[in-house]
Design a protein around this ligand. Structure first.
Ligand code: ZN
Length: 306
């Protein structure tokens, strides 16, 4: 542990033992915290790409147990009525972006074992074992893609997977194989998950582009096509879109409403206060894989210690 990490852990421990999280949580009654997870990986599996997305299952299970003690975990669908909770505890919602195989199998198993609901946001173009560029692209002597590579991927390549890979060589990035748990789930794996009590699916666009860089029919299709694909295959489809990379704009929100969605979620921003000012820009709490247990307690209470 580095000095900085040690200091952070000490500060976090101090906050938790002060009882402050419980006080803050009480003030959050009526609010909803939508948690944004990505992958959950079995013990012993390491995925070298975008490491912050791949949460070890033991850590995930511990977070669910903490949540069970402090929050009412409710389905994402309950926020569509626009009303806040009336219970003594704040509400939490569990969501997974990208439909990673690890999340759809191992992660959902943990959720269901605790009788909790959850929603999986799916980009159908990847279903069936495709990898995502941010996990597959690497450069010599380093883990995932560089910041400059990411920026170019989102802006110049519009976040489009094929285009990002096609231009990767220009910045000395090359594809490498991604372990099975780091690939997108198969349709069958999604079907098994979505058949579990409380598990719903929703759209994460068709092919995971930066929607802000699209317009017209291209944007409309990225939003309409996944909804139709999901409805053809699953009963538990929610009319909610998770914007790829958390990137949205007023034009994207209008297009989502026109495509029939009733809400949209971004990746950060914290609590949903009801009634939400804008149902097409619902904030979430992103849970990075490296977050400590105490850091999770603090963030879930509404104290954002970084
Ligand atoms: Zn995503």
């Amino acid at each position: 542990m580095s000095l900085r990490e040690g200091l952070k852990a000490t500060v976090e421990r101090g906050f938790v033992s002060s009882g402050l999280p419980a006080v803050v949580r009480r003030g959050r009654r009526g609010g909803t915290l939508i948690l944004a997870y990505h992958n959950v990986v079995p013990e012993g599996v390491t995925i070298d790409g975008e490491r912050s997305l791949h949460l070890p299952v033991a850590r995930f299970a511990a977070q669910l147990d903490l949540l069970a003690g402090t929050h009412d975990v409710v389905p994402l669908g309950t926020i569509l009525d626009g009303r806040g909770g009336t219970g003594r505890r704040p509400r939490a919602v569990i969501t997974f972006d990208d439909a990673y195989r690890g999340a759809v199998t191992c992660g959902i198993r943990e959720v269901v074992a605790r009788g909790m609901p959850a929603t999986i946001f799916v980009a159908p173009a990847f279903v069936g074992g495709r990898s995502f560029w941010w996990d597959a692209m690497t450069r010599p002597g380093a883990g995932g893609p560089s910041d400059a590579f990411r920026k170019r991927a989102l802006e110049e390549c519009h976040g489009a997977d094929d285009e990002v890979r096609r231009r990767a060589g220009e910045s000395a990035h090359h594809p490498r194989p991604v372990p099975s748990d780091g690939l997108c789930a198969s349709e069958d794996e999604l079907r098994v998950a979505a058949a579990q009590p409380g598990i719903t699916v929703a759209s994460h666009s068709w092919s995971h582009p930066n929607l802000c860089r699209l317009g017209g029919t291209e944007l409309a299709e990225e939003l309409a096509r996944p909804a139709a694909w999901l409805r053809e295959r699953f009963e538990s489809v929610l009319p909610v879109v998770s914007y790829p990379y958390g990137l949205s704009s007023p034009a994207v929100e209008r297009a989502a409403a026109a495509a029939g969605y009733r809400a949209g979620v971004v990746i950060e921003g914290g609590w949903v206060v009801h009634p939400a000012r804008n149902p097409f820009a619902l904030p979430r709490l992103n849970v990075p894989a490296g977050l400590s247990q105490m850091g999770f307690v603090l963030r879930a209470a509404g104290l954002f210690v970084t």
